[in-house]
Ligand binder design. Structure first.
Ligand SMILES: Cc1ncc(COP(=O)(O)O)c(C=O)c1O
Length: 385
């Protein structure tokens, strides 16, 4: 099976491997941290990129008609939602989109709400632009997380913007239609803008289904999407946001121009279009493989290594591991996972204080690597006990 193939990534200026020494102090770790995949992209994407390479000029670009059409068709086919009534604004990345939204639609000191524990740049992008962070911590209920509705509404009454992460990184939650509707209603009531980061939308396991929150009413929603996660294209720096036409999209587009982030990347545009027009079948195969990896992990923590609990993973290729029963503080846990088990994972506290005692594990790797990582963890833990 193609996804079982181990590809050497060291030496390709690859952050996940080549930054191990800088971030973790050693190079001999199995890297299960940065959220990209150790799989080759689909043949269709490679072929489209090779064809583009045959044209020897790499001047300025713009996202063309095929690019826009591919997005519309993809959203329609995969999520039953046609975003063409909205303005599509292209940017180099989802986090650029978020920064643009914050800069153009809020002002210094405005309050911006996030649901912790959550992807660290949600915290930093708010704070670095001198906005005030409000948190609505998700509540752990058995093996999954729920929204604290009372707190959500109280915070919304003071917030300018809410940054939704759906599917949610790191907790793996896929928000239901009812939850999305309720968040949407509360935000509308309090005139809160929603920035919905849906970069993991394509990676959802049955019976769960991704619902774009803008499909419930787009007037106060900006949605960010990209094939970076699902087609492993993060290095090609191409993403888009959908925004209501009029004042909101004008402000976003003006900031995109002011920051000179609107031009597009020659290869990103080509790969993006090829992914969305030709590689849907590849994504379906990938999802089957990822689901099996998730189930390997789930069985391992449910039956073999019960000291660590894996939360339900409804979407994303990220497992959220509750390590609190090990009785270690943050430094001890990081030291144990890094230096005893030989794994590079993301410490939970980096996602917010609610993540203390947790670790995030990226399972988008060939199964033999995953199995070796679990062997290492088992051995390290048995030695410790
Ligand atoms: C929820 C979420 N948003 C955004 C990103 C980063 O996307 P980009 O590289 O397009 O900024 C990630 C990457 O892990 C992510 O998990």
């Amino acid at each position: 099976m193609e996804f079982n193939k181990i590809i050497e990534r060291r030496g390709s200026a690859c952050f996940k491997y080549d930054a191990l020494k800088t971030v973790y102090g050693r190079e001999d770790l199995i890297p299960l941290w940065v959220a990209d995949m150790d799989f080759a992209v689909s043949d269709e994407i490679l072929k489209a990129l090779k064809t583009r390479l045959e044209h020897p000029i790499f001047g300025y670009n713009f996202p063309n008609e095929q690019f826009h059409q591919s997005i519309k068709n993809w959203m329609d086919k995969r999520f039953g939602w046609d975003p063409s009534a909205l303005k599509t604004i292209s940017v180099p990345s989802l986090m650029t989109a978020l920064a643009i939204a914050i800069l153009s639609l809020s002002k210094t000191g405005d309050k911006i709400l996030i649901q912790t524990p959550v992807y660290p740049p949600f915290h930093s992008t708010v704070v670095e632009h001198s906005r005030e962070l409000l948190t609505n911590p998700l509540i752990r209920v058995e093996n999954r997380y729920e929204v604290d509705w009372h707190d959500f509404e109280a915070k919304c009454s003071r917030a300018k913007m809410f940054i939704l992460c759906n599917p949610h990184n790191p907790v793996g939650k896929v928000f239901s239609r009812e939850e999305l509707q309720r968040m949407h209603d509360i935000c509308s009531k309090h005139k809160v803008l929603i920035f919905s980061d849906e970069i993991h939308a394509d990676i959802v396991y049955p019976p769960f289904q991704h619902i774009p929150i803008a499909s419930l009413g787009p007037e106060n929603v900006i949605t960010g999407i990209s094939p970076a996660k699902s087609f492993n294209l993060a290095g090609l720096a191409t993403a888009v946001m959908f925004a209501p036409r009029g004042e909101i999209s004008r402000a976003l587009a003006a900031m995109n121009e002011a920051l000179h982030t609107f031009m597009g990347n020659s290869f990103g545009i080509v790969a993006f279009t090829a992914a969305y027009t030709k590689a849907g079948y590849w994504l379906d195969e990938l999802l089957t493989y990822l689901q099996s990896n998730r189930d390997v992990l789930r069985n391992f923590f449910a039956n073999e290594l019960r000291e660590i609990k894996m939360l339900d993973c409804e979407g994303t290729f990220l497992a959220w591991l509750d390590c609190r029963q090990l009785g270690m503080n943050e430094a001890e846990l990081k030291d144990f996972i890094t230096n005893k088990a030989g794994l590079a994972l993301n410490p939970g506290h980096t996602f917010g204080q609610e993540g203390q005692g947790y670790m995030r594990l990226n399972f988008a790797v060939p199964r033999p690597i995953l199995t070796e990582a679990l062997d290492r963890l088992r051995t390290a833990l048995r030695d410790k006990l």
